[in-house]
Design a protein around this ligand. Sequence first.
Ligand code: TXA
Ligand code: MG
Length: 354
Amino acid sequence: MIEVVRVDPREPAQEAIARAADCLREGGLVAFPTETVYGLGVNALDEAAVRRLFEVKGRPANDPLIVHVASFDQIGALVSRIPSTARDLAARFWPGPLTLVMPRSTAVSDAVTAGLDTVAIRIPSHPVAHALLSAAGVPVAAPSANLFSRPSPTTAAHVLEDLDGRIEMVLDGGPTHVGVESTVLDLSHGAPTILRPGWVDIDALRTVLPRVDVRPSAPDSTDAMASPGMLERHYSPRAPLTLYEGNTDAAIERMVTDAREAHREGARIGVLTVSDLVERLRGRLAPRVAAHIEDAGAASDLPEIAARLYAALRAFDAARVDVILAHVPSVATGLGAAIRDRLYRAAAGRIKRT
Ligand code: TXA
Ligand code: MG
């Protein structure tokens, strides 16, 4: 039986944390909140536990894990060298939603790194994550606590939707704050390169580093498999999602046309959009046409959209829609880049430009 333990997100009870830490040290799988999304933790030094983690998630073995630690001094054992840029970034952004890819040491197994000669490391800031990592005393490998290709969990209920009965324990610390996964920055060779955009954006990184490159995210990328974990279908609700990009008026017209056509063909339709456009879409699409309209938050409030995005995607599963039509005005900078990246992945190539 899975044990769900509610904890105060600011001051988790020591007893609950100690039990979860014991479970990790004994090879168990423990889901816990971080400031980004819920992670599914295992002792990173326990190969059998790491292999079970891949099985439970249905995650391909070529997709490496992030190793989480409580403090910077734990990193020395995990890497072959600490780039000086890592120290500067850590001073500014850790603990926090930034993951650094560095050359790995032999202490980290191929199971964790998918055979790469690098390891991804993060010091999360969430008090529950921090308490758990401190109490466990071992590095904790933790992917997002969802089944492979599903939206990452931002609540304990999301974790249970995907993993109930398959893991030992969930620490329920309420909804996560950031809502999208950490920024992944590769420091292992060449110029520092953003592999996955997140809360810590390129402008923030450039306050510390003279040069930061960005690996283009799918579907702009001609080489989506250049790094593992950048698989096309990702963060997906069960129904296929089509993303309408470009001019809002034109996007709405096209969504309305497509929704009516899909409705005629008997499909149950879901619509994802921003608060600013909900009423307009309701005015154009009767409830019998658009069965479920999901409000992702105010267009001007990117943190709100990021925080709500995955819950919104999961809500379409509960509403049992057959297709999802999405229009979230695109913002290329800051957190907008992270939101756009996740929507692109959820759409898995189904993008209509207007
Ligand atoms: O916010 C987060 O990062 C969450 C919380 C739980 O910390 N974790 C998370 O883990 O999103 P996951 O496994 O869902 O995503 C890890 C990403 C993948 O895109 C993976 O390919 C990349 O990090 N990654 C891990 N190790 C890597 C490495 N050595 N080189 C390049 N990319 C790596
Ligand atoms: Mg994930």
